[in-house]
Write a protein that binds this ligand. Structure first.
Ligand code: GLN
Length: 471
């Protein structure tokens, strides 16, 4: 898609301004029913970006991203636009600078169309935990688009943006990509800078692209990847791989991911894909990740622990809180009122959980043990990737579920992440590809994983798999 649009822009068949207008019109037409965008870039800010993009394209016609309209999850800072994290506590906060990923996209001339809806502070799997109402799945408005980057996924699926940025702490790029029939890529931990991302769980968070195909994801990833002095976890990663012949590729199917509870249509379609891979010469073997069943409990200790300390900074005295300090109450009363009304139910649940597992007496029983399990999960993955090049698993146990189906049952909502959290715990790259559609016409997803920092190799293999998946 990006390459085709780029061709039209350099041949001047289409002007950048007109292209942006097409997407703005689509947003006007459909955002009312989808609620994918929380705020839209417009006026002089947008015009300036269009002008910049024109200059960049003029000076460097090779620049694929110049003029490409992109949506950004509303937990990343875009200078001059609101960044709410879909929370009342940040309702009026306007970012004073760009996140590193935004800076890098703008340097290439990408146009930031606006900010997309999410579960509050990226806590959720359905985008229903947004303080500004749920996002609807473009395939069926009664269903969730997945989450927490549900606004980004819905925007791309409904052609309200060419591609989008999401963040993924336990599956928030891959699961909505799966529910909306898209490609969603979570890079290795450390591949992309999180400077300017509102942190959920700092040892797990990554930013990555959601797009209609692997090539688009790769173009965006190449623009945002690499070392950043403002995020000490980043490393420099370069694309120095040459495409691998499928005949030399070894795939592992972790047996713990093909269990009861996985929708039979997903299983059947993965079987079909495996058959095609074997026909193309790929060798396929069953492997084991024995700690898989501990991944979800381990995640739901580490993530709330880190979230509870990250959210401590939202004390209402900073970041333009409409519920601000009125000077008439004591500080403690103020904190109680402000945090009690500013944070929604899910952040409050996680702050309570997180403070509990970090408290004296429980730290060793819960938090420390979870860290030990995380280390063991990492070792399991390292071992498996000595045996095989890539893993193939379902991304989610089911297709998109109805709005409201899981909101009163947090545990069943947490189970939506069962196949995605391990990649975050192990720090490895993982991607969702559209596997096909079920009988109701809803998209199904397949997840591919590779060893840490093998991001470019995974993207390359994904392009080959994508070709095999085309009907
Ligand atoms: N659904 C997971 C959660 O609620 C993952 C969230 C994410 O990746 N941001 O924690």
């Amino acid at each position: 898609m990006i390459k085709e649009i780029h061709q039209k822009l350099i041949s001047q068949e289409v002007k950048i301004g007109d292209l942006v207008n097409v997407y703005c019109d689509n947003i006007k037409k459909r955002n009312g029913e989808l609620n994918a965008f929380l705020s839209i870039n417009k006026g002089s800010l947008l015009n300036q970006e269009i002008q910049n993009a024109e200059t960049i394209l003029h000076n460097n016609p090779e620049e694929l991203l110049a003029g490409i309209p992109i949506a950004v999850k509303d937990n990343m800072l875009v200078k001059g636009l609101k960044t709410t994290a879909a929370s009342k506590i940040l309702e009026d906060y306007v970012a004073a600078e760009d996140a590193t990923v935004i800076k890098r996209l703008k340097e290439k001339g990408a146009i930031i169309l606006g900010k997309t809806n999410l579960d509050e502070f990226a806590m959720g799997s359905s985008t229903e935990h947004s303080a500004f109402g749920p996002t609807h799945n473009p395939y069926n408005l009664d269903l969730v688009p997945g989450g927490s980057s549900g606004g980004s996924a819905a925007a791309v699926a409904a052609d309200l943006a060419v591609a989008a940025l999401g963040s993924d702490t336990g599956g928030s790029i891959r699961q909505p990509a799966s529910f909306c029939g898209l490609v969603g890529f979570k890079p290795s931990y450390g591949a992309v800078s999180r400077y300017g991302l509102l942190a959920l769980s700092s040892s797990l968070d990554q930013i990555g692209p959601i797009a209609k195909n692997v090539s688009d994801c790769k173009i965006i990833f190449e623009a945002i990847v690499g070392k950043d002095n403002k995020d000490a976890t980043t490393v420099s990663l370069v694309n120095n791989i040459s495409p691998k012949d499928l005949k030399s590729v070894k795939i592992g199917l972790p047996k713990e991911y093909f269990v009861e509870g996985v929708d039979s249509e997903i299983k059947t379609q993965i079987d079909l894909l495996i058959k095609k891979l074997k026909e193309a010469g790929v060798s396929v073997e069953e492997v084991s990740l024995p700690l898989t069943s501990l991944a979800l409990p381990c995640y739901y200790i580490i993530m709330p622990a880190e979230a509870s300390s990250n959210l401590g900074r939202y004390d209402g005295l900073r970041y333009a809180n409409p519920n601000g300090f009125n000077g008439k109450e004591g500080l403690l009363d103020y904190y109680l009122r402000n945090k009690g009304t500013g944070f929604g139910k899910e952040p409050r649940r996680r702050i309570l959980l997180g403070t509990y597992v970090l408290s004296a007496g429980y730290y060793d029983t819960y938090y420390k043990k979870a860290l030990q399990i995380q280390e063991a999960i990492r070792r399991d993955f390292n071992k498996v990737f000595e045996q095989v090049d890539y893993l193939i698993t379902p991304t989610t146990p089911t297709a998109a579920f109805p709005i409201g189906a899981k909101t009163n049952d947090p545990l069943s909502m947490y189970l939506a992440d069962i196949f995605t959290v391990s990649a975050n715990l192990a720090g490895v790259p993982a991607i969702n590809l559209n596997l096909g559609f079920n009988k109701q016409g809803l998209p199904l997803g397949v997840q591919l994983m590779a060893g840490r920092y093998k991001d470019f190799s995974l993207l390359d293999f994904s392009e080959q798999v994508e070709r095999l998946l085309k009907p």
